[in-house]
Design a protein around this ligand. Structure first.
Ligand code: R5P
Length: 159
């Protein structure tokens, strides 16, 4: 599996601790930074990570920030992205199985590397359900995205 990986300064230390593990379990990483612990805004990194997923360069994405929340909010602004903060193993696999989560978000100030490794393993090994119910529900998520994008275009008078 190819994972587009990114972090802001607050997730930088955790990212550095996770990359070797991820590669050891067969994950190929596309590293979108940050590459140093200098302050950097998570929306800028979320854009790079999520573009990688949208273009199909990466199978899924992984974003880190202090809490995981800012990264998750930013990622979910991008069409086609279903990001989730998962600080437990159950959410990490259930999110993929039921909701086709494609970007895992973790908080570098919340969890340590050992727990994060278990969560990553659950995330990458999970597959979206073949159950029609979940697929139909996903279509409703896509419809929400489309409806509100159309409304935005109307409201902002975009030709
Ligand atoms: O949701 C926001 C993220 O957790 C950021 O990583 C956080 O706000 C950064 O805070 P600080 O600059 O104090 O580490």
């Amino acid at each position: 599996m190819i994972i587009a990986l990114g972090t802001d300064h607050s997730g930088f230390a955790l990212k550095s601790e996770l990359t070797e593990y991820m590669e050891s379990i067969g994950i190929r990483i596309i590293d979108h930074g940050a590459y140093t612990p200098e302050r950097i805004d998570f929306p800028d990194i979320a854009r790079l990570v999520c573009e990688s997923v949208r273009k199909g360069e990466a199978d899924r994405g992984m974003m880190l920030c202090g809490s995981g929340l800012g990264a998750c909010i930013a990622a979910n602004k991008i069409p086609g992205i279903r990001a989730a903060v998962c600080h437990d193993v159950y959410s990490a696999h259930q999110g993929v199985e039921h909701d086709d989560v494609n970007v895992l978000c973790l908080g570098g100030k919340i969890i340590g590397p050992w727990h994060a490794k278990d969560i990553i393993s659950a995330f990458v090994n999970a597959k979206f359900s073949t159950d029609t119910y979940f697929r139909q529900r996903l279509q409703k998520l896509d419809q929400l995205e489309l409806d509100y994008a159309r409304e935005w275009v109307r409201r902002n008078d975009v030709p």
